[in-house]
Write a new protein. Structure first.
Length: 148
């Protein structure tokens, strides 16, 4: 995410924030829920298998999104070819807790548990470029978790 896209993203987010609200981290991740991803992968795999006579295996990729962590909330925006798209959701910061954080050589993955939700959000931070991974770590640490 370049400086131009980040400025566009923050311009879109500003009306959703209080006047004195401070942005702490802007990150990017692939976002999805555990159950939704499992269902989609199963359906896509069956459909591709039928269409190809069982010779193709398909896996779906989670949708990319921008995450803005402020001192009060998490704002999630769709990423449309790198540019900020529509607002997907807002989560009060006090209700969000990163769990099962895994910081491997090629990935940074974690689940975001939100109090009151039955499903967790699965987030995967891209390994490249390195600054995205660094921001992903800052996002997790700002919410009080430690990457292992």
């Amino acid at each position: 995410m370049g400086k131009i896209y980040e400025r566009k993203l923050l311009t879109k987010a500003r009306p959703m924030m209080a006047a004195d609200e401070q942005v702490e981290v802007v990150a990017m991740a692939k976002v999805g829920s555990m159950r939704a991803n499992a269902t989609r992968n199963l359906v896509a795999g069956v459909a591709a298998g039928i269409a190809s006579g069982g010779t193709v295996m398909v896996g779906l990729i989670q949708a990319e999104a921008y995450l803005i962590l402020t001192d009060r909330q998490i704002l999630i925006f769709q990423s449309v070819t790198g540019s900020p798209g529509k607002h997907l959701g807002t989560i009060p910061r006090v209700y969000a807790h990163p769990v099962d954080v895994r910081d491997g050589l090629l990935f940074l993955k974690f689940f975001l548990q939100v109090d009151g939700w039955t499903e967790m959000l699965k987030l995967t931070v891209p390994p490249m470029p390195p600054y995205l991974r660094k921001r992903g770590r800052q996002f997790i640490e700002s919410l009080g978790a430690v990457a292992r």
